[in-house]
Design a protein around this ligand. Structure first.
Ligand SMILES: C[S@@+](CC[C@H](N)C(=O)[O-])C[C@H]1O[C@@H](n2cnc3c(N)ncnc32)[C@H](O)[C@@H]1O
Length: 202
């Protein structure tokens, strides 16, 4: 990582991306995890075509990487809850993907464990601890369930990114984060990437 004349950090190890803030914050958290010599696996809940997942896999090359997704779009019960609460329409279609497509993009596919289907059901047999988790499922219920599942498994010093924290089209993500944090008595940091991300640490 280098510092440009404007004072902005330029990530060296990641390919250029339109979401500079999210990618660079991931890289800085990765460096902190290394500096603190944290143990644990990494995960993404809400993978779609694997665009953020490939960055996680590139950085955390020596960590087991869990990828949770239906790989056929939103669940109807999750959509219904969002609609009832006017969080979102749930109309976006994320079904045009597959494990094969995502796996083909991963720089270290041998580290990947694909968990296809409805989360949290797909997490029943996962007992790992985690040092980094990305939650990007858009809707209230899977974001909340993701925090319920991953926060107790986060090692001290680890990070959970929750995308869409300031997305006016998916208001359930912020609601899930704030409800969870209030219930647990924990805090988060919002960052100014595209659509907003909240970061929880321990
Ligand atoms: C916005 S996309 C993820 C985008 C991805 N992180 C990226 O960087 O391009 C949201 C994904 O969450 C998945 N998802 C939403 N609710 C889910 C649930 N309950 N179980 C599993 N996957 C879910 C959808 O299938 C969809 O692929």
């Amino acid at each position: 990582m280098t510092r440009s004349l404007s004072g902005r950090y330029t990530p060296l190890s990641l390919p250029p991306n339109i979401d500079y803030v999210r990618s660079s914050t991931l890289e800085l958290c990765y460096q902190e995890i290394g500096r603190k010599k944290l143990t644990g696996s990494v995960a993404e809940l809400g993978v779609y075509k694997g665009d953020f997942a490939k960055k996680i896999n590139a950085l955390f090359a020596d960590r087991k990487f869990y990828l949770f997704d239906t790989f056929k779009g939103f669940n109807n019960a999750d959509i219904a809850l969002d609609q009832q609460n006017n969080y979102s329409t749930g109309a976006q279609n994320f079904s045009n993907t597959s494990i094969e497509l995502v796996k083909s993009k991963m720089p270290h596919p041998d580290q990947c464990v694909f968990k296809k289907g409805f989360f949290p059901d797909t997490a029943n047999d996962v007992t790992d601890l985690f040092c980094f988790v990305s939650i990007d499922t858009d809707l209230y219920k899977p974001v909340y369930e993701g925090l319920l599942f991953f926060y107790p498994k986060l090692v001290p010093g680890g990070y959970i990114f929750i995308h869409d924290f300031n997305n006016k089209f998916y208001k359930g993500a912020k609601e899930a984060v704030t409800n969870f944090c209030n219930e647990q008595g924990i805090s988060y940091v919002p960052i100014a990437d595209n659509w907003g991300t909240a970061i929880i640490t321990k």
